[in-house]
Design a binder for this molecule. Structure first.
Ligand code: 0PR
Length: 371
């Protein structure tokens, strides 16, 4: 225990209020309770855990409704990486083709998936709003394309690709997967709060699958991702025989899997409901708008007007500024397109932490000639 305490105290914690880089956050207290209760559950062997399996089915149903799907299928994953790999695995098997179109703003898990599946990456440029360029997709899509991957909330800027147009291009021909790992628990509630949110989910008929991460804005415990797909037959393509199991079949990438987070996710979904999540997203967006105006008043330029709870400040050399801020125990990250300092306004980031942070950002940037 002494070793553990030492290790724990050298970690950084959300409750310190200084982690401004993460897309994960402190889980809801009920999620922690549920997680502990189901600590030995293993949906890799669902025959032993029919109760946990039922919770997973309920989550898929609730998320299906949230994302305007009808009778969607799906299951819980360890997060966005596993979900993205699985979606591309399905697309590869379904189409028998190798070319994958994805924006240069895609999360690096797509590169991993393309690599693992020995697919051929086709990187698509961004338009002037840093979204996947529809023109570039049209120039590159062909009968040889296995899939198009698009983003509903990019990791770096939180922007949403023009999915309605992509859906029209792909419909009936090419598998379209939406990576809403971050945006899935933001966009539906932003819309309810009156923000202008483009369509991104199963209400678009070309969308074949979508993933979202309860362990990001869903306030669940790690590891919690969800993959939803339109057609139950998709899964047949990745199903293998599992002779040791009562059910005889296995269709998920991981075998034994931490399933406590399934209970945690169920608990938060039921406890907060749409109204609860709306409040969480409102607080995050209020802080986003607050930070955006404070830094603009100081003379910084934003990469974009925030569309989700990410503030991206244009800098000549974000890497050096990041290093200086980290030295002062402020954990920020950086973006590439365009070069910027990236701050994610997650639920653990408080207004008072921002009030402390802004003068540090100002003095650091002044001393480095960035302001
Ligand atoms: N898709 C998107 C859009 C993502 O932003 C991420 C991760 C993934 C997929 C992959 O999800 P998993 O990491 O759950 O497999 N986004 C963050 C990132 O890599 C995760 C993160 C978390 C970053 C904590 C920093 C941090 O401190 O940027």
């Amino acid at each position: 225990m002494a070793h553990l305490k030492r290790a724990f105290s050298s970690d950084h914690h959300f409750r310190d209020g200084r982690i401004l880089s993460s897309m994960c956050t402190a889980p809801h207290e009920l999620a922690i309770k549920a997680h502990m209760m189901f600590i030995e559950a293993n949906l890799g062997n669902p025959d032993l855990y029919p109760g946990t399996k039922r919770l997973e089915g309920e989550i898929v149903r609730v998320l299906g409704e949230l994302f305007h799907g009808k009778n969607l299928n799906g299951y819980m994953t360890s997060g966005g990486t596993e979900a993205n790999i699985t979606a591309l695995w399905i697309a590869r098997k379904l189409s028998g083709k190798r070319r994958v179109l994805f924006p240069i703003s895609a999360h690096f898990s797509i590169t991993k998936a393309v690599n693992l599946l020995n697919m051929e990456p086709v990187e698509i440029e961004l338009d002037e709003s840093f979204r996947m360029s529809v023109d570039d997709v049209e120039d590159n899509i062909s009968d040889n394309s296995a899939a198009v991957i698009c983003m509903a909330g990019t990791t770096e800027l939180g922007v949403v690709d023009p999915i309605e147009q992509l859906s029209q291009i792909c419909h009936g021909n090419t598998f379209l997967h939406v990576d809403a790992a971050f945006g899935g628990f933001v966009l539906p509630f932003l819309k309810e709060l009156g923000y202008d949110v483009p369509k991104f989910d199963f209400q678009l008929s070309g969308v074949c699958s979508l993933n979202t991460d309860p362990h990001k804005m869903g306030l669940s415990t790690i590891p919690s991702g969800a993959l939803l797909y339109r057609d139950v037959r998709f899964l047949e393509h990745i199903t293998v025989d599992a002779p040791y199991l009562i059910s005889n079949k296995h269709s998920t990438l991981t075998g034994t899997k931490n399933s406590a987070a399934v209970a945690a996710t169920y608990a938060v979904l039921m406890h907060l409901g749409r109204e609860g999540f709306k409040k969480v997203v409102k607080q995050c967006m209020d802080n986003t708008n607050y930070l955006a105006s404070r830094v603009q008043e100081l003379g910084f330029e934003l990469a974009i007007k925030p569309v989700t709870n990410v503030v991206a400040i244009k800098l000549a050399n974000p890497e050096n500024v990041q290093k200086e801020l980290v030295k002062q125990n402020w954990f920020v990250s950086k973006g590439r397109f365009p070069k910027c300092l990236r701050i994610v306004l997650m639920p653990h980031v408080t207004r008072s932490a921002l009030e402390e942070f802004v003068p540090v950002l100002e003095s650091t940037c002044r001393s480095m000639g960035e302001l």
